[in-house]
Design a protein around this ligand. Structure first.
Ligand SMILES: *Cc1c(COP(=O)(O)O)cnc(C)c1O
Length: 309
């Protein structure tokens, strides 16, 4: 239903890579859907299945004013013939406040705007229970699709890739995608995670998500052995960027015809190229997981006064 088979592998060729005998592949989750960020589909797949098997009317979830996850949930629910409710951070907002919220509305999502203070309780048990009393017909999915079912959906990424890759790179927000990938690695494979938030403790966040999903400390420690954190590529924090990053994204598109976004994938690919310069990946095969996100770049173009691609 979600066209996950659109996610092909693209090989990148350049003198830079060939000089080091590096093979670089991109897993094109950005091709899953024209309008909705790639990895969000994977995180929703089993949440939607759960919703159906429990015979719920739809999904209730959470997000900020520019949340890719909200749009993805709205679109996925519409496709699945389910209803959707989005609890949005900021009671000054309305259905028309920006393109993201307009798109959610277009996909039939019912938006409920709450104060920042109330929103900060989104993961609290009592707050969620209150919502479930108010909307008993709905299946609750946490912000960013960050739950067990979200991770299980992302586990399928590596199942679609040949076993011969040694190093995998992926951008991190809630860590759900990276947790799913880390769960499906072979002994020899290393997952390099690039958090896009500043002062983000990747391994701690991953551990919490796994623990919360019921996994044992021992299993978690085993998964974390194959994870390397690259936390110097956030460019100032979430949604922040520099001219250097925008130039990099534009050049990458010119040379490879693959669009990256300035919030997630641009930073992760920048990290990959910089780390290659340290000559640490010579004679290996690398995989970049393109999580999508390119659709959400218009806000950035407006703010920076620059055009991308
Ligand atoms: C949401 C998003 C991410 C973050 O994924 P997590 O599973 O939250 O870590 C990465 N890339 C893109 C393009 C996204 O939209």
């Amino acid at each position: 239903m979600f066209h996950l088979q659109n996610s092909i592998l693209t090989e990148i060729h350049s003198d830079f890579l060939e000089a080091r005998n590096i093979k670089l592949f991109i897993k094109r989750d950005d091709l899953i859907h024209a309008e909705v960020s790639g990895n969000k589909w994977r995180k929703l797949k089993y949440n939607i299945e759960l919703c159906r098997s429990k015979k719920k009317a739809g999904v209730l979830t959470f997000g900020g004013a520019f949340s890719n996850h909200l749009v993805a949930t709205a679109a996925a629910c519409q496709l699945a013939g389910l209803k959707s409710i989005g609890i949005v951070r900021g009671d000054e907002l309305s259905n028309d406040s920006n393109e993201t919220l307009q798109r959610c509305t277009k996909y039939g999502m019912h938006l409920v705007f709450i104060s920042r203070e109330d929103y900060s309780n989104r993961n609290d048990k009592t707050f969620q229970e209150e919502l479930m009393v108010k909307y008993p017909e709905f299946q609750l999915v946490p912000e960013g699709g960050a739950n067990y079912y979200g991770m299980i959906g992302c586990q399928e990424i590596m199942q679609e890739v040949s076993n011969s890759v040694d190093h995998i790179f992926v951008a991190q927000g809630t860590t759900t995608t990276s947790c799913g990938i880390a769960m499906s690695l072979l002994e020899k494979q290393i997952l390099h995670v690039v958090p896009v938030l500043k002062n983000f403790d990747s391994k701690q966040e991953m551990t919490e998500l796994w623990k919360w999903s019921g996994f044992d400390t021992e299993v978690i420690e085993d998964w974390l052995k194959n994870v390397e954190v690259l936390d110097k590529y956030h460019f100032g924090g979430y949604g922040k960027y520099t001219d250097e990053l925008l130039d990099f994204i534009n050049n990458f598109y010119k040379e490879n015809s693959v669009k990256l976004d300035p919030v997630y994938t641009g930073k992760a690919m920048f990290a990959l190229m910089k780390e290659i310069l340290k000559e640490r990946f010579n004679n290996t095969s690398m995989l970049f997981v393109h999580t999508g996100g390119v659709q959400g770049t218009t806000g950035i173009e407006n703010r920076s006064g620059r055009t991308l691609y």
